[in-house]
Design a protein around this ligand. Structure first.
Ligand code: GLA
Length: 386
């Protein structure tokens, strides 16, 4: 289905004309696995979005359909499940639950979800469903919240209802993305700076099309390892509340006192935070050579210290290195599969896509998917009721 057909599909299923809300997926240029340590990230929203078409119902039901995702679901707003159901509708339910916990009285609603973000590719399709659903549900009660607050409540839904202990990055950039810019975000204060991406540069996103089993469990393990690291440092320096507060100097002073695995995780986070700040400067100065070095260091650190890369991601990163127009690349998102992100000069982007696909296919026997993207705007209303 094309987005333009969404109102007609909605009408066929439910009757009536919907309002439509859109929220995009994202790539993260640098600052990986730092958000849940209160650190810095630098993502950009991309041109793949999730759309939620919504219209009110006279009763207290929440009815959720999608053409791309299986099943259709009906819930009673006054008796929403307290535990996840295991189906994709959990992202919508979680958001509805948090909105109600915050004191909003939601209205009965029909929702048709249209997703164009590749699922399981690490491009934040789930955050996009959450954000678009939150805007859709709030629109029916006339409630409005600043977008950073919407991001926070969507993250809360994912943490508490879906059960993934994710940081704020994906929901924030899906809400706040700006065309042509990456966002340097301080995940503690939620202060952010727009960092323009040089005009003639494209974000070439290379999907390994693999997702290893490790992805979910290991994410939570990494969080626990970071929390453990932060506890060590807090004992040595009470000013430390999260790894964000650990300086390179403090890290070096205590390196020998930390268990080796914890030291590796902490080293990644502390240096990645610094790299992210440096990268924002490099990118806004148009210094793509420096940006490329930082992205490469980030990838190596995720591979060797944080240990969340995998063979396919490493192959995709290596395959890019000497291609014409390539400025820098790394794995992006949680890891163990999913995508790499590459900064590529615009005039070389199509050739780059073709050549990296060939190389990856030859090395792995797997057909990749390559998307030539740019930084796009964050979530928004598409149209009022027709
Ligand atoms: C996932 C999470 C984010 C972030 C990244 C890793 O995308 O949703 O919060 O932790 O992994 O940087």
């Amino acid at each position: 289905m094309k987005v333009e057909e969404l109102p007609d599909h909605f009408e066929k299923i439910f009757g009536g004309r919907p309002r439509i809300y859109r929220a995009p997926g994202r790539v993260n240029l640098i600052g990986e696995h730092t958000d849940y340590s209160d650190g810095f990230v630098m993502p950009a929203a991309i041109g793949f979005s999730t759309y939620v078409a919504v219209a009110p119902r006279p009763d207290r039901k929440l009815v959720i359909y999608s053409e791309e995702f299986p099943g259709h679901f009906e819930f009673d707003l006054d008796r929403l499940p307290h535990q996840r159901t295991g189906a994709w509708c959990d992202y919508v339910l979680g958001v509805a639950g948090v909105l109600q916990q915050q004191g909003q009285k939601l209205a009965g609603a029909n929702l048709l979800v249209h997703g164009e973000i590749p699922v399981g590719a690490g491009l934040s399709s789930s955050a996009a469903v959450e954000v678009a659903s939150a805007l859709a549900l709030m629109s029916l009660t006339g409630a409005s919240l600043p977008l950073p607050e919407v991001a926070k409540l969507c993250r809360q839904a994912e943490n508490n209802f879906v059960g993934a202990r994710v940081g704020i990055m994906d929901q924030f950039v899906s809400c706040m993305g700006k065309a042509g810019c990456a966002i340097l975000l301080d995940c503690r204060s939620l202060e952010f700076k727009l960092v323009p991406i040089p005009r003639n540069t494209r974000l070439v996103v290379c999907n390994t099309t693999v997702k290893h089993e490790l992805a979910n469990g290991t994410y939570n393990t990494r969080r626990e390892e970071c929390e453990e690291g932060a506890r060590y440092f807090a004992a040595w320096d009470p000013a430390v509340h999260a790894l964000r507060d650990v300086s390179v100097d403090l890290l070096n002073r205590h390196a020998a006192d930390l268990p080796p695995t914890i030291l590796k995780r902490c080293t990644h986070v502390v240096l990645e935070n610094q790299r992210t700040i440096d990268a924002a400067r490099a990118l806004s100065d148009g210094d793509l050579a420096r940006m490329g070095v930082l992205m490469r260091e980030s990838h190596n650190s995720l591979r060797d210290l944080y240990e969340v890369s995998c063979r396919e991601l490493d192959i995709m990163v290596e395959a890019a290195q000497d291609l014409p127009g390539f400025c820098g690349g790394r794995m992006t998102g949680g890891g163990f599969g999913g995508c790499t992100v590459n900064l590529v000069q615009e005039q070389h982007a199509s050739d780059f896509a073709a050549q990296i696909s060939d190389r990856y296919r030859q090395a792995t026997g797997i057909n990749p998917q390559v998307y030539i993207c740019s930084a796009e705007a964050g979530a928004q209303a598409m149209s009022g009721p027709a």
